[in-house]
Design a protein around this ligand. Sequence first.
Ligand code: ATP
Ligand code: MG
Length: 398
Amino acid sequence: LPEEFEQARPIMQKIEAAGFEAYFVGGSVRDTILGNTIHDVDIASSAYPNEIKQIFNRTVDTGIEHGTVMVLEHGEGYEITTFRTESGYQDFRRPDSVTFVRSLTEDLQRRDFTINALAMRENGEIIDLFSGLKDLKNGVIKAVGDPQQRFHEDALRMMRAARFASQLDFTIEAKTMAGIKANASLLTKIAVERIRVELEKLFLGQNPTSGIEVFVNTKLYQYCPMLAPFEIDLRQLATLEKWDLSLPSEVWALLAYTFYLHGKQINQFLKAWKTSNQVIIDTVQVVAAINEISEEVLTAKMLYQTGKERLISANKIALLFGGELTTDDILKRYDELPIKHKNELELNGKQLLQEANLRPGPIIGKILQRLEQDVVENKIENRHDLLIEAAKEMVKEG
Ligand code: ATP
Ligand code: MG
């Protein structure tokens, strides 16, 4: 068992000693069996939240309305969720009501795919009620129960299927695939933020091109913000070599670049997807850099304003489209920049005020900006005396 499970065992044993059941469930069981690293350990239990709180001294109500209590032990937090069933789903996304139950079977039944519906005892024994182990072994994503019904209950599951196809490099079982095709339009009922998370994971997965094929062939893309016009472009993407992106901003830059979006359009596109402002800033800059790299006109100014991390992102994407420069080439050019940051300029505002005898005002910033740019472009050496002299010259010329 992985270290994370070993550490949680005493907690599960304590729940069992109190007369309840406890199991590892969800992605961590799936990933352990696959031999992948796990991130969050989910524990499910027959004990109700108030019963969990009686067993342990230190707990936090992290999600008590859906049955989750966090238990604090040896400096770690463990989320224990009471077995539950869900019913209602009138809005195609959330159950109208959640009912706590004592039966593991009912809890596993509400889960999306067979590979996500496995449970593991603290001793490592696996409970496999829906042939999830077989599907894991064969690399198959298959809905628990009737796919039509399951996608009706919660349309996000369709995006999760496409995401897992990429993330795990699995195929989607035929009836499950048919269920997605028949219900793709229900995706419009789902909050954009939740779709976005799945789309990012799809693009950052092991086999993004096959995830995109699912996304396009099932028409899910048509029900996502601002993607409907881009079927051909998305299909084009799916013909590229597998890529290895690592950041959401790289995902968005890849899409924006593929769709030939510029400036304001990128902004609109990402606003529609409700990404963070930082992602918008990064994406705009990365796309600008990809454009210069691919047109072979990468300037010192672009190197400077893009910065090292984003240059690496940009070149990863440029390389996918046949870019000629290696990332090392680009980083070498970056390292040769006379300065990497404004504060490396051998002249600051205070010095400029005093030594050029100026009064405070917007002119100070303007001069510094010009000098910064001139230094970056090697038009002037980054030496204090030269910079002051040039500043005085600028003042004279107005
Ligand atoms: P990840 O590796 O991304 O965390 P995960 O499978 O653990 O993948 P989570 O969103 O953390 O995904 O959910 C944990 C578990 O809860 C899932 O494995 C699945 O059993 C269940 N689950 C999550 N979302 C849904 C859903 N929309 N419908 C049904 N079951 C779900
Ligand atoms: Mg998880």
